[in-house]
Design a protein around this ligand. Structure first.
Ligand code: NI
Length: 168
């Protein structure tokens, strides 16, 4: 089921998510809804708090338009190793109509549980490394705009306030 994606400055996006203790049918349903919502948007990643569920679950699919889908489901994901630096443009389904370059680690190793409760390890670089860092940030209540310099963040906030006022 496609769910509503919460957008900035919804305070639900700032809350920390809690680990999943057992993989129940509810968790499986959550993952299904998250992937439906991500593909519908469309986006390359989604974290549970973006649909108002504060559990540590993310989905990612960075496959291109002409490639078969390649869904990554990561439950309780953790970055266990990071190296290098990246500085690429990012956007977020929760921050519509805005993109900015963000400083990240270039390569990460991520451990997480899959839907069967088995531990999986991903060695990620390029776009996948950035996607993991971006989505795991969501689980800690951090948006990519929180990584901007204070000047850039102020410009973003001013733009967001203006857009909100225009909607009224
Ligand atoms: Ni995002």
């Amino acid at each position: 089921m496609i769910r509503t994606i919460l957008t900035y400055p919804n305070p639900e996006l700032k809350k920390k998510s809690v680990p999943v203790t057992i993989i129940t049918d509810a968790v499986r349903e959550l993952v299904q809804d998250m992937s439906d919502t991500m593909y519908d948007a469309p986006g390359i990643g989604l974290a549970a708090p973006q649909i108002g569920i504060h559990q540590r679950v993310i989905v990612i699919d960075i496959s291109g338009k002409d490639e078969p889908p390649d869904l990554i489901v990561a439950i309780n994901p953790e970055i266990v190793y990071a190296e290098g630096e990246a500085y690429e443009e990012e956007g977020c389904l929760s921050v519509p109509d805005y993109a900015a370059n963000v400083k990240r680690r270039a390569r990460v190793i991520v451990k997480a549980l899959d839907l069967d409760g088995a531990e999986q390890t991903w060695k990620a670089d390029d776009l996948l490394a950035i996607a993991f860092q971006h989505e795991i940030d969501h689980l800690d209540g951090i948006l990519f705009v929180d990584h901007l310099s204070s000047l850039k963040r102020e410009l973003f906030q001013r733009k967001a306030r203006k857009a909100a006022e225009e909607k009224r």
